[in-house]
Structures are given as structure tokens and as C-alpha cells.
Design a protein around this ligand. Structure first.
Ligand code: 5GP
Length: 177
């Protein structure tokens, strides 16, 4: 499972793997966040309203879930269990609270933390995303600082100096079991 702070490049790694390692199955998360331009329902995310999300939690349909940046995110349980039963390599790309829930219920899961080359680089990436007001950027940086502090809880750390190198290292770790 791949985790790490916002802005570190987790989704670029997932995009690389989709293209270069299609045998690795990537879980599609359920979220209450609005769809971004270019995102495709059921490919990038399942977009649901808060009531549907709450019902899925209640019915035990999610393997883990977390509230992150004003929205809910969760991993559909059935699809992951089917793939694991079939022996397919499964990748979850989730934030740190979700990673902790997976750790607690599946000690055999491998937790990989994607770290930025430096704090300055992460700050540059988080600021570079748009023209958000300073208080929004500040909140994002505060969250990133908290997320970075979780690094020690993970089995492996990959520093994201290049997408291809980091993704290939992740594949090696997954293949090693
Ligand atoms: P985004 O809004 O960019 O889709 O995701 C925001 C954050 O939520 C990212 O750090 C991403 O890794 C995380 N995330 C995406 N899907 C899930 C999920 O199913 N569960 C959890 N816990 N986090 C997720």
C-alpha cells in the first residue's frame, strides 16, 4: 500500500504503473469529493454523496475510510478481497489514517511511504498547484507536516526523486512479497 503526504506524487506513480505494469491492480476509491475535470467515474474514483458513503460504512462495504480535506474517502472491500483471493497484486493509494486502519486489520499488508526529496520541494509542489489563498495553502502545509511525521510507521520509504524510479522500486517491493 502506498501512502505519503499530499503533493508528494502518489497519483503520478499510480498513473505510471497503469501504463507500465498493468498486471498490478489498483483499487478504485469511493469519495464524496466532487469530480475534477478529466476524472472518469469508476476509473479514477467512485463519486458518491455523503448519504451513500455513510451507508457503505454502516454496511461494512469499506475496508478502511477516512475524512481528509473536508471529504470522505474509502476503499471498497469486495473488489480488494476478490483480487487478493485470485492472487493478483493489489495496490491501495491512500492517506495515512487509512493506512493505519489497514495495518491494524491486515498485519501482512506492506506499507510503503512515498517521501518528498525535501520539505522545500514538497512545499513548492503544494504551492504550485494553483492560485489558492494563503490560508488554504497554509492548512495544506500543516497537514503535510503531520503526514510526514508518520513516515516511521511504515515498512518501507521510497523517496520520490523520479516517478519512474520510485514506481519501479515499488514494483520490486510488491514482487518481493
Ligand atoms: P484526492 O482528493 O487527490 O483524490 O485524494 C486526497 C487524498 O486522499 C490523497 O492523499 C489520497 O491518497 C487519499 N485517498 C484516496 N483514496 C483514498 C481511500 O480510499 N482511502 C483513504 N484513506 N485515502 C484515500
Amino acid at each position: 500500500m502506498l501512502s505519503g503526504p499530499a503533493g508528494v506524487g502518489k497519483s503520478s506513480i499510480v498513473a505510471y504503473l497503469r501504463e507500465h505494469h498493468p498486471d498490478i491492480w489498483h483499487s478504485v476509491s469511493v469519495t464524496t469529493r466532487p469530480r475534477r475535470p478529466g476524472e472518469v467515474e469508476a476509473v479514477d474514483r467512485y463519486f458518491v454523496d455523503s448519504e451513500t458513503f455513510a451507508r457503505m460504512v454502516r454496511d461494512g462495504e469499506l475496508l478502511e475510510h477516512a475524512h481528509y480535506a473536508d471529504n470522505w474517502y474509502g476503499t471498497p472491500r469486495a473488489a480488494v478481497e476478490e483480487r487478493l483471493a485470485a492472487g493478483t497484486p493489489v495496490l491501495l493509494e491512500i492517506e495515512v489514517q487509512g493506512a493505519r486502519q489497514i495495518r491494524a486489520q491486515s498485519p501482512e499488508a506492506r506499507l510503503v511511504f512515498l517521501a518528498p526529496p525535501s520539505w522545500e520541494e514538497l512545499e513548492r509542489r503544494l504551492r504550485g498547484r494553483g492560485t489558492e489563498p494563503e490560508d488554504v495553502v497554509r492548512r495544506r502545509l500543516d497537514t503535510a507536516r503531520i503526514e510526514l511525521a508518520a513516515e516511521d510507521e511504515f515498512d518501507e520509504v521510497i523517496v520520490n526523486t523520479s516517478v519512474a524510479e520510485a514506481a519501479e522500486r515499488l514494483v520490486e517491493l510488491m514482487r518481493a512479497g
